[in-house]
Design a protein around this ligand. Structure first.
Ligand code: FUC
Length: 805
């Protein structure tokens, strides 16, 4: 006890010895052994911790995130009032049910106008072609006051509710500390009032689908607990220590339910008109779950018996202790989180509160520990936000406190969603990739309807913005909304999942069929430019510039997809009319072009402006995350990419900085990439939308676009891996872009294509030792310290590479 309350105390593992069980039927107040034991950790434990000396007053920039995959929550740590805001991945407004005519944005028969658009483009009548697209190819949405969110029946991800806990105490607050330990996925708040000690603990348990909130005090304490939701309240009940809140989203009548079971060490529990009163408890535990009627199936997207699901979830808790739920959580989180460790030799400032630490780092004090924390925080967020059989993460992961969040907190395909999942395979969290892969699969059926109606082609597409209800149409504004390459880019994740895991069954039964359908779209959509090359016409480069006879990003994404289909077919032993046409199409696509000032062209037309510093650098897709351009295989194109990157500069929105970091890593420029990491870690507190140069990181280490978007956190982590290990060119490159700021270090558990796991140590900027593991006798080539070496794993599936001094 003493240890925990010491000034600037370190986080202490909470393992109370607890006899009580979570409630069985009829049991709502029970006592457990009062002698809780707090077990300290053997070491500092602060390296992987965010901590603060004051409560959060702002959700976006200060509150701390936790979650269990299904639910994302934020705690504030207010002294007199705790606020736990939460959302559930499947709760969306809009979509089917929001109006009788809802048709997923599809403009039926739009494809009839496509020949005319192409004719105008061929005649060089760009403006007329653009006007025709705007008139006939925009996705359809219904706006009006009856909708919760800005984009009408397109809908938006929804907050579910807040839980407010009033704590009855008064007097000066001392020794306040609010923290998030990402190694244990544990939030804590501690302080004293009048010499009495108070502590709160928060964690999200995935296997038991529970969020757990614990309030402890050295004196008997009264609490008032209330759930407040912006949605329609259908019913509130309290029975046998379990509170139920049933609600409904206003515009689409999507119902949902929250269950919170209450457990007290002592004192009394009472319920009156939506408020739960706890009187005189030293230890209060709330175990919380939620579910909605959503089901990820076109066209109705309903069908989950959410009340039954909640009952089943709660039955799993019965007869189990807090210790049990906590231990289960630790095991579950640890078996993912502990797969990767990163150590960078140098100074760290974990004794500074995280907000002050970020400021100090920005002012130039070296803090490699902050960089490691930032890297592992992305993995923490992925584990907390994306687990098998939960919804795919959206722009804000699983953390959304609004009914009308920025950009609907949806699934953007022209960089954001892909970036959010970049570190999944690289950082050994392949299972966390699955919700995105499931989501991709759910889009194929609606995406085929959209492809047929808009463009009269086979296959499936998605455009810039996609939601939980199969909206695969073009957006309701053009040019930003016109980006049919979303599906093809998503499909890269299917191939990567195979490439990293070597899961042949996945590739055969799920990955390849979806990739093939996405490829059919491009086989049909690309047209001859009159010189025997295939181009995307009409096209727009994402959110930048006007109509084009060939946006480079489309070409590069189509190339990547067709190339991956060909590789997949080879692995699966498939050779047929499709594979032949995939090869022919791939080889005829207009390759990346170098323009008049040595830049990589963003469009088939050489019109790039060297002064333009737009945040999207779409035409470098081929460098990253694609692999059509590399410093070794296509040095001239790599050089052109470098010219473009220099012109675009080092500022940008959060995700734009993160992407630039990845680009520089692929150009083997570790120092410039490291500079971009510094750019990403610029302290920001502004939450208003800024589309140009205000990106960085909030005090809670969430990425600031601004506003908050998770993509930058994830892109930053993937960029850090790209500095240490790259495998996209068929070779395991060890330390391909090591920054001089990281002269000595050690990493374990990174993943490479081919199903390899890599551990490495380096010193003086040179690799010392590497351990590559995988399937026994698997073969590969590694590149280290400038030399290529073939290797074969031994019978134990291991290869050790050691540089003799
Ligand atoms: C794309 C980007 C914006 C923002 C939005 C969510 O539209 O151009 O910068 O990230 O997605």
């Amino acid at each position: 006890m003493k240890e925990w309350f010491a000034r600037g105390a370190r986080i202490v593992e909470v393992l109370p010895i607890l006899n009580g069980c979570l409630p069985g039927k009829g049991l709502f107040v029970f006592l457990w052994c009062m002698s809780c034991v707090w077990l300290g950790r053997g070491q500092d434990g602060r390296e992987l911790e965010l901590w603060y000396t004051a409560p959060a007053t702002d959700w976006m920039t200060q509150a701390l995130p936790f979650g269990n995959g299904y639910l994302g929550a934020m705690f504030f740590g207010g002294v007199d009032q705790e606020q736990i805001q939460f959302s559930e991945g499947t709760l969306w407004s809009g979509g089917p049910g929001s109006n009788a005519e809802h048709d997923f944005g599809v403009r039926r028969g739009a494809h009839q106008h496509l020949p005319k658009v192409r004719k105008l483009l061929r005649e060089g009548k760009m403006e007329a072609a653009d006007a025709l697209i705007k008139a006939e190819f925009t996705g359809v949405i219904d706006r009006g006051e009856r909708y919760n969110a800005d984009f009408g029946d397109y809908g938006a991800q929804q907050t579910m509710a807040d839980i407010f806990v009033q704590v009855d105490h008064s007097g000066p607050v001392k020794e306040y500390r609010r923290s998030l330990n990402i190694e244990k996925a544990l939030g804590q708040v501690g302080y004293t009032v009048n010499g009495e000690r108070y502590r709160r603990t928060f964690f999200g348990n995935y296997p038991s689908n529970a969020l757990v909130y614990r309030f402890e005090s050295s004196v008997r304490t009264n609490y008032e607990i209330q759930l407040k939701s912006p949605h329609i309240t259908t019913a509130q009940t309290f029975k046998d220590g379990v509170y139920s809140f049933v609600g409904e989203v206003a515009d689409n009548a999507m119902p949902f339910e929250n269950l919170i079971s209450f457990h007290l060490s002592d004192g009394e529990l009472r319920y009156e008109e939506g408020v739960v009163y706890v009187n005189g408890a030293k230890d209060l535990i709330m175990v919380h779950t939620a579910a909605t009627a959503y089901a990820p199936r076109f066209p109705h997207y309903r069908g989950t018996d959410f009340k039954e699901k909640n009952q089943r979830t709660m039955q799993q808790w019965q007869g189990r202790s807090y210790t049990d739920l906590y231990a289960e959580h630790l095991r579950d989180h640890g078996q993912l989180f502990d797969r990767v460790s990163l150590y960078l030799d140098g100074s760290g400032a974990s004794d500074l509160p995280t907000n002050a630490r970020l400021q100090a780092y920005n002012q130039g004090s070296q803090d490699l520990g902050l960089e490691v924390l930032y890297f592992q925080y992305a993995r923490y967020l992925m584990i907390a936000g994306s687990r098998p059989n939960t919804m795919s993460m959206h722009l804000q992961g699983k953390w959304n406190n609004s009914t009308n969040p920025p950009w609907a907190a949806d699934y953007h395909s022209n960089i954001n969603l892909e970036m959010i999942y970049w570190p999944a395979e690289l950082t050994n969290l392949s299972e966390c990739h699955l919700p995105f892969l499931d989501f991709i699969e759910s889009l194929v059926v609606p995406g085929k309807v959209a492809a047929k109606e808009f463009f009269g082609v086979r296959g499936w597409m998605t455009n810039t913005m996609t939601n939980a209800y199969g909206f695969t149409s073009t957006g309701w504004g053009i040019p930003w909304g016109f980006f049919p390459a979303g599906a093809a880019w998503f499909s890269q994740h299917l191939w990567d999942h195979y490439d990293f895991t070597q899961d042949m069954d996945f590739l055969r039964t799920r990955g390849y069929p979806i990739m093939r359908e996405a490829a059919l779209f491009w086989i049909d959509y690309l047209v001859d430019n009159g010189e025997g090359q295939l181009v995307s016409m009409p096209s727009y480069s994402p959110e930048h510039g006007g109509i084009s006879k060939g946006a480079s990003m489309d070409h590069q994404i189509a190339w990547d997809l067709l190339n991956n289909c060909i590789k997949a077919a080879e692995v699966l032993g498939i050779e047929d009319a499709f594979t032949r046409s995939a090869k022919e199409t791939r080889d005829a696509i207009l390759p990346p072009q170098v323009g008049s000032w040595g830049q990589l062209q963003e469009w088939a037309e050489d019109v790039d402006d060297p002064k333009n510093q737009h945040r999207h650098i779409s035409h470098l897709f081929a460098l990253h995350p694609g692999n059509q351009i590399s410093t070794t295989k296509t040095p001239e194109l790599a050089e052109a990419a470098r010219v473009t990157l220099n012109a675009r500069g080092d500022d940008g929105t959060g995700w734009s900085r993160a992407w630039k970091m990845n680009f520089w890593a692929r150009l083997n420029n570790g120092d410039r990439a490291h500079k971009m990491l510094g750019q990403l870690l610029k302290p920001v507190t502004d939450t208003s939308v800024n589309m140009t140069t205000a990106g960085g990181t909030y005090p809670n280490l969430l990425c600031a676009h601004p506003p908050f978007q998770l993509d930058g956190n994830m892109g930053g982590a993937s960029g850090m891996v790209e500095l240490l290990l790259q495998s996209q060119a068929g070779v395991l490159e060890l330390l391909p872009a090591l920054p001089t700021a990281w002269p000595k270090g050690k990493v374990t558990g990174l993943k490479a294509r081919g199903g390899f796991t890599v551990n490495m140590e380096w010193d003086n900027g040179r690799l010392g030792k590497a351990r590559i593991s995988g399937k026994p006798f698997a073969k590969g080539t590694l590149k280290a310290n400038g030399a290529l070496r073939p290797f074969v794993l031994d019978a134990n599936g291991v290869h050790i590479y050691e540089v003799k001094p």
